[in-house]
Design a protein around this ligand. Structure first.
Ligand code: ZN
Length: 421
């Protein structure tokens, strides 16, 4: 029986969203959280975009160093051999790629404007897949953008050709959030049955259905005997009305009626880290978590009405479907209201040392140490200042710890000189 995995696209779909963005250090923190939680793959960025290059290389290096332990890092390019070549020129160590082609007649006519036929779409895609393997890719996923407005026969042909050329998975994109749970189930079931290929499900929330269609699509792939890979973002950030929210999808698979216990996760998800991860993403994107956001919203475990409060006091299961502890909630959030030293873009070394001591005092296991040598310590402080300049807000503890532990990697992440390569 097929299993269900998660592919995080926060660092690709999330950051390409209007008005939203992350610094390269923040993107790296997202990869670290995702790795810790058991996410199979992070679509960590755009290898053909110059300002991503150092970040992508630095994250591949973190993987080599064993700091990113199990997560697979994959890049996104258009489904063109020339893009794939460009990707490998910039990031020779990249091992996993997703190449994307628009497959619907709407896109072929409305976007390509007569420059491409369906046959061209297929031949461009197969050339991109061949090129990726030729240049050293280990896996290549193939995306059908606007898949939900593409007719099924063409999709089957597209996927079959991709499979013949060794593509690892087909990413079925509901680019406009057009699918309903029933329609996506039927399409994915037919597609997976016909092509016998693992399917990624990529949905959007234009109708408020992104989580429902993701789950339904994943069930269809598994029912058809294939593995499913759900594309999600943290807190559901993503283009327009957003992508499928990671936590909502995980909770649905673990808790929903008719799904829990019936469908299996390929890698268990460690939800104890989600509270920290969701709050970090909210801070980094500068997008508040809605009060009623599943699992991490402020009101998720709050009860006011007499009947509900009485019921929860007697037994939380009366009115709570899952417990807050399993989501890493429950610790009080402390806010310092007295003197406070923050690390910022104009910090000095003594203030910075104080901040490091504070971190060590808060967590006995941390054992952070600045180099004894004053110049070396100052160089780390300089990195902290630059990180602050880039993100325009105080760094969180995890970012400070990361910079102190991996200054060379931090330096790569913070270097933004326009490059020739
Ligand atoms: Zn998308």
């Amino acid at each position: 029986m097929g299993k269900i995995y998660f592919v995080d696209v926060t660092n690709r779909d999330g950051v390409q969203t209007a008005r939203l963005g992350l610094s390269k250090l923040e993107k790296t923190m997202i990869n670290l959280y995702m790795d810790e939680m058991g996410v199979f793959q992070s679509e960590f960025g755009f290898p053909t975009t110059k300002h991503e290059r150092r970040y992508l290389l630095a994250n591949l290096k973190l993987q080599e160093m064993g700091v990113l332990k199990n997560i697979r890092l994959s890049g996104w390019t258009r489904g063109l051999a020339s893009d794939v070549e460009e990707a490998f020129r910039a990031i020779p160590t990249i091992k996993h790629l997703n190449v994307s082609s628009s497959t619907s007649d709407q896109m072929i006519q409305g976007k390509y404007r007569g420059r491409k036929t369906r046959d061209d779409v297929i031949s461009d895609m197969t050339a991109a897949v061949d090129k990726a393997y030729e240049l050293g890719a280990e896996t290549v996923g193939v995306n059908c953008e606007d898949g939900s407005r593409t007719d099924l026969d063409f999709l089957i042909r597209f996927a079959s050709e991709a499979k013949k050329h060794g593509a690892t998975r087909l990413r079925y994109c509901d680019t406009l959030g057009y699918e309903s749970p029933k329609s996506i189930y039927d399409t994915i079931y037919a597609l997976a049955t016909a092509v016998k290929m693992d399917i990624e499900i990529h949905t959007h929330g234009d109708l408020g259905l992104a989580v429902a269609t993701s789950i339904s699509g994943a069930m269809a792939a598994v029912d058809a005997g294939q593995d499913a890979y759900i594309n999600t973002t943290i807190n559901g950030v993503g283009e327009r009305a957003g992508n499928a929210d990671f936590l909502s999808c995980v909770l649905s698979l673990m808790k929903a009626k008719g799904i829990a216990g019936k469908y299996e996760l390929g890698i268990p998800i460690k939800l104890e880290r989600i509270w920290d991860a969701a709050r970090f993403a909210s801070y980094a994107f500068n997008v508040p978590i809605p009060i009623n956001q599943p699992g991490v919203g402020r009101n998720c475990f709050a009860h006011a009405s007499g009947i509900h409060a009485d019921g929860v006091l007697k037994d939380p299961e009366n009115y709570e479907l899952y417990g807050y502890k399993e989501l890493g909630r429950g610790e009080p959030i402390t806010v310092n209201t007295g003197s406070e030293i923050c690390a910022g873009e104009y910090s000095g070394i003594n203030g910075f040392k104080h901040v490091v001591n504070q971190l060590n005092n808060e967590d006995a296991n941390l054992d952070l140490a600045l180099p004894e040598d004053r110049d070396a310590a100052n160089r780390i402080l300089e990195l902290v200042r630059y990180a602050n300049v880039e993100s325009h807000k105080p760094l969180v503890e995890e970012e400070l710890i990361f910079i102190i532990k991996y200054p060379e990697i931090a330096k790569e992440l913070l270097t933004m000189t326009p490059l020739d390569y």
